[in-house]
Design a protein around this ligand. Structure first.
Ligand SMILES: Cc1cc2nc3c(=O)[nH]c(=O)nc-3n(C[C@H](O)[C@H](O)[C@H](O)COP(=O)(O)OP(=O)(O)OC[C@H]3O[C@@H](n4cnc5c(N)ncnc54)[C@H](O)[C@@H]3O)c2cc1C
Length: 372
């Protein structure tokens, strides 16, 4: 072990105490402790309440990560950042994250769809456990302050920016990096000429969604919003509701039944009555072409909803960070979490981006101070 900094304490700054900033701090502190190094001071700048952005996650249950084992499959859940994450996840995976949380007293369980939650089902509990661990270390200081300019960080030897993509513009550009303008991703969508049954949930072949007052929300809507985050409005989407073969088969079995009764076996009756031009017609009277058309819902999306989004696309251009999330332009500068132009679908993928990036940054910072 060789000390690259001899006498003066190393001053490390982390800007933003969301999940990525705090996880990065916890890992730096743990790594230094493991090698008995204490000639440093870690300062965390947070403009609001520390880890407040963790509280609403997973509907306050905190979907910490996803249990998918295959890294390639895991990465396919990120419309932006897939390749970059492959390298991060190869070095620090969802399983290492779960181990870390277990080690600080957060036990976890896996839902049937692969989402991982704390056994307490409480994001407040996860926040508390992370903060208890953080406050158990000495050389750490938390300052309630908004950092607006890079000059405010001049006295620090190592700097981590983890402020999320929405508020990243100032710092990213002052550090001469390219800022990809943020867009809402994982949000509800507004539908043109909205005539659908409000509040009704649909289990479609493509995924689950529900009709809001003016559009669609729910997992499938979020996924569509994420994939199309940078598409101009309006755009058209097609949702496959069910397999048309089953409807055709059913109409053959019951030619005298009204089409609305048969179609209602596949989708909610209130939706069937909007889709069907003549709901009372008998099945035998409907052409096969028409039957097939009922299996797909075509919608014109005119905007994202102005009600709460889950994640933002955009942020630091990925080509300007190396595989350790270190700036290729400024020495001693790192980025982690949502501030990078990375965003994933629902299912614990966005937090996993924070955990893996934060760990890799922590390791790179520690290695740049102590040759381990
Ligand atoms: C309602 C909701 C539910 C979600 N649920 C889940 C889920 O269950 N699972 C999942 O994987 N993801 C979920 N997400 C996404 C996840 O919360 C984010 O991806 C994650 O919080 C990003 O963490 P971050 O630390 O990179 O940035 P942020 O969480 O945005 O934290 C940045 C921090 O920096 C501070 N800050 C900003 N600018 C400055 C500045 N200039 N100076 C000082 N401090 C600053 C902010 O106050 C904030 O505390 C959810 C998001 C929302 C909104």
């Amino acid at each position: 072990m060789e000390r690259l900094y001899q006498n003066k304490p190393v001053n490390i700054a982390i800007v933003g105490a969301g999940p990525s900033g705090v996880y990065c701090a916890l890992n730096i502190l743990q790594m230094f402790k493991q090698i008995n190094f204490d000639n440093y001071l870690l300062t965390i700048f947070e403009k609001g309440k520390i880890l407040h952005t963790l509280l609403p996650t997973g509907g306050t249950r905190c979907n910490i990560t996803n249990s998918k084992e295959d890294i390639k499959e895991f990465c396919s859940n990120y419309p932006r950042g897939e390749k970059f994450l492959y390298s991060l996840f190869s070095r620090y995976s969802n399983f290492e994250t779960i181990e870390f949380f277990n080690s600080i007293g957060v036990e976890t369980y896996v839902e049937s769809d692969g989402r991982v939650f704390p056994k307490s089902n409480s994001s407040k509990d996860v926040r508390e456990k992370m903060l208890n661990k953080l406050f158990s270390y000495k050389n750490v200081k938390i300052i309630k302050k908004q950092i607006n300019h890079k000059q405010e960080l001049d006295s620090y030897d190592k700097i981590v920016i983890s402020i999320g993509s929405r508020s990243g513009y100032n710092l990213i550009t002052e550090f001469n990096h390219t800022y990809i303008p943020f867009k809402k991703a994982l949000c509800a969508l507004v539908v043109d000429d909205f005539k659908y049954p409000k509040g009704v949930s649909v289990k479609a072949l493509d995924g689950d969604f529900l009709f809001t007052n003016n559009g669609i929300s729910g997992p499938l809507a979020y996924k569509i919003s994420s994939i199309n985050a940078y598409k101009d409005f309006p755009y058209e989407i097609k949702i496959k509701l069910f397999c048309e073969d089953y409807l055709i088969e059913e109409t053959k079995k019951f030619p005298k039944k009204s089409i609305i009764n048969v179609l209602s076996k596949f989708i909610p009756k209130s939706l069937a009555s909007v889709i069907l031009p003549y709901p009372k017609k008998n099945c035998a009277e409907i052409s096969q072409k028409e039957l097939i058309s009922y299996s797909t819902l075509k919608l014109k999306i005119i905007s994202t909803s102005n009600k709460g989004e889950i994640v933002h696309a955009g942020g630091l251009k990925l080509g300007e960070a190396d595989k350790n999330c270190k700036s290729k332009i400024n020495n001693n500068l790192w980025y982690c979490g949502e501030i990078l132009d990375i965003d994933g679908f629902c299912g614990g993928f966005n937090l996993q981006n924070c955990w893996s990036g934060a760990y890799v940054v922590a390791k790179d910072i520690v290695s740049s101070i102590i040759d381990i």
